[in-house]
Design a protein around this ligand. Structure first.
Ligand code: SF4
Length: 374
C-alpha cells in the first residue's frame, strides 16, 4: 500500500499516471487530502468511481497514530505520535494572536547530541518518512480546524518550524517533499517565509536546501567560538563556525527572508557573559545579515546545566542590540507540559548510546569566563 502522505504533487502525479490518470486528477486528489483533510477515498466525490476503487486497493492516507495529547494552560498543545518500533515523536501547536505555529519533528531521536537538548540526550533511532513528517501537519491542521470550527479555506496553522525532535538536514530526502507539500498552493499554501528549517549546522545540506527548496533558515549557534561550540553542538567539530557562517551567507542569495535567524540557548555561566556577547558581535558583524533569538534554557536533570538568570539574558541582549543586531528573547511556551524548546523527548529506542556519551563531566569554561558565574 502506498501512503499518499509520502508523496509531493509531482510524485502523486507520477503515481496517478501509472494508474492511467492525468495530472489534474492528481491535483484533485492532493487537494482532497491536504486542503480538506480527507482520508477516505469514498469521500472524494469528484473523482471517478473507478479511480476511487483502484486507490482503495492500492493506497492509504495515514498519519502516524496519536498516542497522547496534552494541553498547556497557555493554549499550547503537544501531541505524541507512534512511529513504530517503540519510537514516538512529538509535535507542538503554539497559538498566538496573529498566527498559529506548528513545531514538527523530523527524526525519532537525534544523532547530533547537543548538550542542552533532551532529544539529543535520548540518542537516535531512525529518520521519519515524508508521510510521518507531513502527517504531523495534516493531523494538526485538520484536527484544529474541526475544533476551532473554522470555515472551509480558513487555516489553523500558518507557520511551520522544523524545530521538533531531530536534525531535519540529516533527513534531507524525506524533508524536501514534505516542505514542497507545505508550500504547494494545492497543498497547505504556506509562504516560504512562514516555513522554517532549523539546523545545528549541516553545511553541505544548507547549500542543497538553497538549491532545492529555500525556505527560512534558523541556525542553532549557541556559542561564538569553536572551542565552546564543539562542546555544546558536537557537529561543530565537523563544520566549524567559519564554514557555517559562509554557508549562511550563500543561503541568503536564495532565502525568502533577508536574514538568517541564529538561535542561542542561554546557559548559566557557560555562554551568557557580556564578553561572549561581544565576541558574537565581532563574529557576525559585516559577515552575515542575521537576527538573534535568545532562548531561556529549559533545564532537565541529565543536562547538568542551568537557565541563565533573566538579568543576564537582558544584559546579553543589550550588547547585541547596541551593536545594531535585531535580538528577541523567546517567550517560553508550554513548559508546564514539557513542550518548550529543547524539551521534546517522545520515546526513542536509542541505537547510538547517546546517554552514555553525553553523561560526561560538566562543560569546561574558558579561563576568561570562569569568573562569570553569579
Ligand atoms: S538541538 Fe536539534 S540538532 Fe541538537 S540534539 Fe536537539 S534535536 Fe538534535
Amino acid at each position: 500500500m502506498i501512503n499518499l502522505l509520502d508523496l509531493d504533487l509531482d510524485a502523486l502525479s507520477a503515481t496517478c499516471e501509472r494508474l492511467g490518470e492525468k495530472r489534474f486528477r492528481a491535483v484533485q486528489l492532493f487537494r482532497w487530502i491536504h486542503q480538506r483533510g480527507a482520508a477516505e477515498f469514498g469521500q472524494m466525490t469528484d473523482l471517478a468511481k473507478s479511480l476511487r476503487d483502484q486507490l482503495a486497493t492500492q493506497a492509504v492516507v495515514a498519519a502516524p497514530a496519536l498516542l497522547n495529547e496534552q494541553a498547556s494552560a497557555d493554549g499550547t498543545t503537544k501531541w505524541l505520535f507512534d512511529v513504530g518500533g517503540g519510537n514516538a515523536v512529538e509535535s507542538v501547536y503554539i497559538p498566538e494572536a496573529d498566527r498559529g505555529t506548528l513545531c514538527v519533528s523530523s527524526q525519532a531521536g537525534c544523532a547530533v547530541g547537543c548538550r542542552f537538548c533532551s532529544t539529543g540526550h535520548q540518542g537516535f533511532s531512525r529518520n521519519l518518512g515524508t508521510g510521518e513528517i507531513l502527517g504531523q501537519l495534516w493531523f494538526a491542521e485538520h484536527t484544529l480546524r474541526r475544533r476551532l470550527g473554522l470555515a472551509e479555506g480558513e487555516r489553523a496553522i500558518d507557520n511551520v518550524v522544523m524545530m521538533g525532535m531531530g536534525e531535519p538536514l540529516q533527513n534531507y530526502t524525506a524533508l524536501v517533499p514534505a516542505l514542497r507539500t507545505m508550500l504547494d498552493d494545492h497543498g497547505y499554501g504556506l509562504s516560504r517565509r512562514r516555513v522554517t528549517v532549523s539546523t545545528s549546522g549541516v553545511v553541505p545540506m544548507i547549500d542543497r536546501l538553497r538549491e532545492d527548496c529555500p525556505v527560512a533558515l534558523a541556525v542553532s549557534l549557541h556559542a561564538g567560538d569553536d572551542a565552546l561550540r564543539d562542546q555544546l553542538v558536537p557537529i561543530n567539530r565537523k563544520y566549524p563556525i567559519a564554514e557555517l557562517l559562509d554557508a549562511c551567507g550563500r543561503y541568503l542569495d536564495a532565502a525568502p527572508r533577508d536574514f538568517i535567524t541564529f538561535e542561542y540557548c542561554m546557559l548559566d555561566g557557560v555562554n551568557d557573559s557580556p564578553e561572549q556577547a561581544r565576541a558574537l558581535v565581532r563574529l557576525v558583524h559585516s559577515r552575515v545579515a542575521c537576527k538573534f533569538n535568545l532562548i531561556p534554557f529549559n533545564p532537565f536533570p541529565q543536562s547538568g546545566l542551568m537557565r541563565s538568570p533573566r538579568e543576564r539574558v537582558l544584559a546579553f541582549a543589550s550588547v547585541l542590540q547596541d551593536a545594531g543586531l535585531v535580538t528577541t528573547i523567546r517567550r517560553t511556551r508550554g513548559d508546564d507540559i514539557a513542550a518548550a524548546c529543547g524539551q521534546l523527548a517522545g520515546e526513542v529506542q536509542d541505537r547510538t548510546r547517546a546517554g552514555e556519551r553525553l553523561s560526561r563531566p560538566a562543560i569546561r569554561l574558558h579561563p576568561a569566563d570562569a569568573g562569570v558565574r553569579h
